[in-house]
Design a protein around this ligand. Structure first.
Ligand SMILES: [Zn+2]
Ligand SMILES: [Zn+2]
Length: 261
């Protein structure tokens, strides 16, 4: 089984990714990289963004992709201990096959290294327990802007996360069938992280993996040049010794099946 997947990609339509991230460009670059299954997952923070997702769908419908293409969304919590803007009805209206989701802020009023991790961990478990979410995105990614603005010391070592948290996440993910994301741009090649961070992150992922859960790979590309970073996630899969049976992919038919010659 060829598991060169990428199930976390942004587009220009939601204005989070830049103008290079059009559907035709993403598919062409994905083909160049040898991606065999690809998922487009732009943000759905609030429901007023749904018309923009319809533009992604429209452009995908107009393609004959060289790989199986799935349509997804990336969900974000609306506040600390909040909810996702998602429901079975929204999923149906959007016509998406899967959802990835997670926490995108610290939700702290002041710097507290222990609370920083506890809040993330709590939201990780909550995400896994959400039956509408297939993949927990980028564990322990933080917004550099939030830290800089508040003059907090950067989160520069994942060794601060207790191994018991990694284990518990792996257990809950296994029990709920949620995949844990191996995210290239957010966690594996973030320029803000010190040398050695990826080795630490590999140890963290290995502790999660020891519990037997599934993993999803994603570039989280916001610029067409970042799609190539997916290879870092594929390298991590090899490094962790994860076989094809440990890699998640959406169930059911793709939104657009590969056009075979
Ligand atoms: Zn994200
Ligand atoms: Zn993302």
């Amino acid at each position: 089984m060829d598991t060169r997947f990428d199930f976390h990609i942004h587009t220009t339509y939601l204005r989070c990714a830049n103008e290079t991230m059009t559907i035709p460009a993403i598919l062409a670059e994905g083909a160049r990289l040898g991606v065999t299954r690809l998922g487009v997952t732009d943000h759905l923070n609030t429901l007023d963004k749904m018309p923009l997702h319809a533009l992604i769908r429209r452009d995908l419908e107009a393609t004959e992709p060289p790989m199986d293409v799935y349509l997804g969304v990336e969900l974000n919590y609306l506040g600390r201990d909040g909810a996702f803007a998602f429901s079975p009805e929204v999923k149906e209206t959007l016509g998406v096959q899967f959802a990835i989701g997670g926490i995108h802020a610290t939700y702290l009023d002041s710097y507290d290294p222990r609370a920083l991790i506890d809040v993330q961990h709590r939201h990780h478990l909550k995400t896994c327990q959400d039956p509408l979410v297939d993949v927990l995105v980028h564990p322990y990614w933080f917004s550099r802007g939030e830290f800089t603005r508040r003059e907090w010391p950067w989160f520069d070592s994942i060794r601060a996360v207790p191994e018991s948290y990694a284990r518990e996440l792996g257990q809950v993910a296994r029990e709920t069938g949620t995949a844990i994301e191996i995210n290239a741009c957010a966690n594996l090649c973030c320029p803000n992280n010190p040398a050695g961070y990826v080795d630490e992150y590999a140890d963290y992922l290995a502790a999660v993996a020891a519990e037997g859960c599934l993993f999803s790979v994603g570039s989280d590309a916001h610029d067409i040049r970042q799609l190539a970073e997916i290879q870092r996630a594929w390298d991590m899969v090899r490094r962790l010794g994860l076989g094809p049976e440990r890699l998640w992919a959406p169930s059911g038919k793709p939104f657009r099946a590969a056009t075979r010659p």
